[in-house]
Design a protein around this ligand. Sequence first.
Ligand SMILES: [Zn+2]
Length: 278
Amino acid sequence: MSILEKIPQLSPVLDQCAEVAGYLWQKGWAERNGGNMTYNLTDLIPEEFRNLPAISEPIPIGCRLPAIEGFWFYAKGTGRRMRDLARKPLENGSIIRILPGGEQYEIVADEPVMPTSEISSHLSLQNHLVASGSSYRATLHTHPIELVALSHIRHFCSSEELTRTLWSMIPETLAFAPLGLGFIPFECPGTVALAEATLREIGTYDVVLWEKHGTVAVGTDMMDAFDQTDVLNKSACIYREAALIKASLNFAARPEGMSDEQMKGIQELFKLPTERIK
Ligand SMILES: [Zn+2]
């Protein structure tokens, strides 16, 4: 019996995680098993289900996270693909519960799918959000192509330069990613150094960019974390297009278009108005 039959209020959250996973794949941000996500489900678990029996042994987190003792999370499974999660979130991810003490977790449903290998850094972020009184529930790591590309250019490798450039591309980025984009210099994936740097920057930014790797976003829900990443990446796309046009179009290469005479001929032939008709 799926946990969704016992706790149907989890369905909209899992549906949203699946929807976002589909977008990540469609955008080319989630090759193979790339990217991972967690969602804090705790508020949705009724009292009578809080002690539901586990389907795994206790698994060490690797650090102590006291703020999330007893909390429930959805996590993408290790080695699982976003494009599969988009169709079957509970076969490609699992629901876990943090054990008393905050040093271990256990899998509660639906299948014993081991969470992402990045689970300890995601849970550290969740612990930080809870401890700081945040209403945010979601963490999302993905590989947005144009943002990662910018991090290969030294000029953009600072939070200030990235934020200013991306905000300046389109008013909506300033409005919908108002905290900008934090930059984290290269560290190997899965290391404590990368997790600690992320934790430091996420206090200031909703989205951070790991140099030559990808983004980590936190948000009120999974769609919010995705939207903020998407808005910032849209600006990076516009920057790229404008830079390409500037670099490739010299005067001789400009599209020819109709000549003035040709257009005048059309205006006369069809008696087109040259002033507003009263
Ligand atoms: Zn990654």
